[in-house]
Ligand binder design. Structure first.
Ligand code: ZN
Length: 392
């Protein structure tokens, strides 16, 4: 502490300020920095708190010596974290939680620099939850190195689960206000992907006009190096919707749902490890080919065998859905009517989360709409332990 201010040594400007203030006394600011870094490292290894106070905690100091006694849970802030984690595990999108926090006027973790605070943002909350700190784990240089000497706000098992859900990109949704011009208006723009380059398709009006002068309304791959896919909006939307509703009507779709007691963490971890092992094996084969140890035909053979296995493992590694919106759809008497009641953002969210939609180039000519171009696969597979039972 210098002049009542706590310095953060990881920040270079603070290190610089520190240097200026101590230059006369210590001659060499670098010496101080080195000494401080050593303490930080030592504290990290011992699991002692250091650096900025993490959200959800408070620090208790000895009244006479001012020495740090412990870092303990701040119940009010910790409750915000635990509630958000529960909600995410129940399938609530992060931006909906953010909207709630801002509406309730919950103070943000950092004091706003000006009166014009932007409030909570997705990244703020995600950063807090992803940090090993809240699971009572200590890290050093980004790696978890063991248990910390402060209590966990979230049990490690739950923390791993919520991290897996947050890592699933298809569950991410951007918050766009109603009146924003980029508010989505189309079902599949930035949901369906190009079958060639894998990038999202965007909706474009009249990219190539029709011969009869009617405007074309298409989803298009806009990537400059590709631009190989363009497909009619209306017919694609209708086809994808039929695919979703019929899949949701099958018993298998129930398997994507996590029950409240479903301990999927180990299952998903095993699938992740399996996918990594298979990918490594493929890399190894590619290396052997590069070194001239195996032929191209052998490499192609290995790739052909491993690719479907890798895809299968990757699907098994997608955390199951615990989303009441999906459960409500599956349970609805009239699934189509229930779907129609959802707003566009929610429809897009569910489609993106549940299905992998890829559009290929048409093999047909003469203006016939080729439905076989639309490749749809559920993003989930039923775990091996799953046995279908009718829900009562
Ligand atoms: Zn493309």
């Amino acid at each position: 502490m210098t002049k009542g201010r706590v310095y953060d040594f990881a920040r270079s400007d603070d290190a610089f300020m520190m240097g200026l203030e101590f230059l006369t006394a210590e001659k060499d600011a670098a010496v101080i920095r080195e000494r401080q870094l050593r303490t930080v490292r030592l504290n990290a290894q011992k699991g002692r708190p250091h650096g900025r106070l993490p959200y959800g905690y408070r620090r208790v100091y000895d009244e006479s010596t001012g020495a740090l006694l412990r870092q303990e849970i701040d119940p009010e802030k910790a409750a915000i974290i635990t509630r958000a984690v529960d909600e995410i595990l129940q399938g609530v999108p992060v931006n909906r939680i953010i909207t709630r926090l801002n509406r309730e006027g919950v103070p943000t973790p950092m004091k706003p620099l000006s009166g014009m605070s932007r409030g909570w943002m997705n990244a703020t909350l995600v950063q807090i939850i992803r940090s090993p700190t809240v699971a009572g784990l200590r890290k050093y240089q980004g790696e978890v190195i063991g248990e910390a000497d402060w209590p966990a706000i979230i049990p490690v098992e739950t923390w791993e689960k919520v991290n897996r859900v947050l890592a699933d990109k298809a569950r991410r949704t951007r918050y766009v206000e109603e009146d924003n011009h980029s508010h989505p208006k189309w079902l599949l723009s930035f949901v369906a992907r190009c079958g060639f380059c894998g990038r999202f398709l965007a909706r474009v009006l009249n990219v190539v006009p029709r011969k009869n002068g009617k405007p074309r309304n298409n989803y298009v791959c806009q990537h400059i190096g590709c631009r190989r896919v363009s497909i009619d909006v209306e017919r694609t939307d209708a086809y994808v919707l039929e695919a979703l509703l019929s899949w949701l009507s099958t018993p298998e779709s129930l398997a994507v749902l996590a029950g409240p007691d479903d301990d999927w963490n180990d299952r998903v971890r095993e699938a992740e490890e399996q996918a990594t092992t298979l990918r490594d094996r493929l890399d190894e084969a590619a290396e052997q080919y590069a070194e001239g140890k195996i032929s191209l035909a052998m490499l192609a053979n290995v790739e052909q065998r491993l690719t479907p296995q890798i895809e299968q493992a990757a699907r098994e590694a997608v955390p199951p859905v615990a989303d009441t919106a999906v459960l409500d759809l599956i349970n609805a008497d009239d699934i189509r009517a229930a779907w129609e009641l959802l707003d566009l953002l929610e429809k897009r969210r569910l489609l993106k989360m549940l299905l992998d939609i890829r559009i290929e180039k048409s093999q047909l000519t003469g203006g016939i709409f080729d439905y076989s171009r639309i490749k749809i696969a559920p993003r989930f597979v039923a775990p091996e332990t799953y046995h279908w039972r009718r829900v009562a």
